[in-house]
Design a protein. Structure first.
Length: 433
């Protein structure tokens, strides 16, 4: 039985699917599976032969990746079939089982939430994996609430692309999640199916670098009928929309990417991929407004992956089933917003000026000042991240761990200053679950 999520006004929790338009004919699964011989099915003539020669020369020089990955890296493919086929092998169907309470519904009954997921991390030798999906796929307010974690499914089954048989069912357990961000992580251990199959971990792209109009593919379990794919373009690179949380108790403003790729029930948690086969988002919602078509939404990969890594680290430390957000305890506003055109790449992007409004008690009190313009952030010895959009600060703060030093560059009275903060106490973090 499928589970429907009703959202107010704008959106309904859902998911997406995507089918490739390819570099080759034939079965997509076979294309991805036969990586080393894929070139034989391409209709590229001498160009194909030259690409194979280049690959063999690269192998002789120590290159260790597959031929498919080599083609993607040199930009050989005239379209995106190989990239999408690679994405198919990182996709999973998700079925979360629940029991309804007889006190509420008159009799006990079993039902399933149907969704999708992507393999975030994979240890093929051990058969272990972490899988990303949406929180609302694993949560049901209609359940008995007697689960190990109330309303979170204790019975989660996954299927790989092309492998929906009883013998290939994969059991998974909930690691943790953040309801207000609609992100959840599952864990698989000692799976023979993962050890012997063609599954692979997803390749993650930079969702901050996407451009409006670029081709995207959404891969997922549409209507519970198995992994498939649909295509579209990126309509809006980043916007906030109002979404009802999985428990139905509140509405939150959620950061989303908008696409015109068709979004269908059962595909929540599925990946949104770019033309290189890189994950740039996790599909989680669609428009439910009458007369409005082709408004699908995906959570940006930079935020989702930061939260997922946070959840995994916390679970290993036995801290919680949620994510720990480093808190500066400040409020900010967008003082200016404008477009920037890159003449070399032809990309038009939005840039924002982020200004501090208020500094409350906490780690930043007396150090950051109202009126400071936030310019960049650096965590420990990592790379400095320029803050050109409001959401970037939050994404980075999810990457902070206890003991990290954060350096924030601000502009104050026309001069730049670098401020330093050491997140040494649990009080410096907020629990998101």
């Amino acid at each position: 039985m499928k589970k429907r999520f009703l959202l107010p006004a704008l959106v309904l929790m859902a998911a997406v699917l995507v089918l490739p338009v390819g570099c080759s004919g034939g079965n997509p699964y076979e294309v991805a599976k036969r990586e080393e011989s894929t070139v034989s099915s391409l209709s590229q003539g001498e160009t194909k032969t030259q690409a194979r020669k280049m690959y063999e020369e690269a192998r002789a020089d120590g290159y260790t990746k597959s031929f498919v990955e080599f083609l993607n890296e040199i930009g050989f493919c005239a379209d995106d079939t190989l990239a999408v086929n690679s994405a198919l092998l990182s996709a999973v169907e998700v079925y979360a089982g629940f029991e309804r309470s007889r006190y509420v519904y008159g009799e006990s009954s079993s039902y399933y939430s149907i969704g999708s997921g992507v393999i975030f991390d994979l240890d093929k030798e051990e058969g272990d994996a972490y899988v990303l999906t949406n929180y609302h796929v694993l949560y049901s307010a209609s359940s008995t609430g007697k689960e190990t974690l109330p309303h979170i499914s204790d019975s989660v089954t996954l299927y790989l692309f092309g492998s929906k048989t009883e013998s290939r069912a994969i059991s998974a357990e909930f690691v943790g999640g953040a309801m207000d961000y609609d992100v959840a992580v599952l864990k698989v251990e000692n799976s023979r199916v993962l050890q012997t199959g063609d599954a692979r971990a997803v390749s993650v792209g930079d969702s901050d670098a996407v451009t409006v109009g670029e081709r995207v593919y959404a891969v997922g379990n549409a209507d519970g009928k198995g992994i498939s794919a649909v295509s579209g373009i990126l309509s809006v690179d980043a916007e906030y929309i109002s979404i009802t949380t999985a428990d139905g108790r509140s509405s939150v403003s959620m950061l989303e990417m908008r696409t015109d790729a068709p979004v269908n029930h059962g595909n929540s948690g599925g990946g949104l991929f770019n033309a290189d086969g890189e994950l740039i988002g996790i599909v989680n919602a669609r428009s439910e407004v009458s007369g409005v078509d082709h408004l699908g939404y995906a959570l940006p990969a930079n935020r989702v992956c930061a939260i997922a890594e946070n959840i995994i680290d916390n679970s290993k430390a036995d801290r919680s089933h949620g994510a720990m957000l480093a808190s500066l305890n400040i409020t900010t506003k967008v003082a200016d917003s404008y477009s920037e055109y890159d003449g070399e790449t032809g990309a038009a992007r939005v840039a924002e000026t982020l200004v501090v409004q208020e500094v409350r008690s906490g780690i930043a009190y007396g150090i950051i000042m109202p009126g400071d313009i936030l310019r960049s952030i650096r965590i420990g010895d990592g790379e400095e991240k320029e803050l050109t959009r409001t959401y970037m600060l939050g994404n980075m703060l999810f990457r902070v761990r206890k003991g990290d030093t954060v350096r924030l560059t601000v502009e104050r009275n026309g001069a730049e200053k670098t401020l330093s903060f050491e997140f040494s106490s649990n009080d410096d973090f907020l629990l998101c679950q």
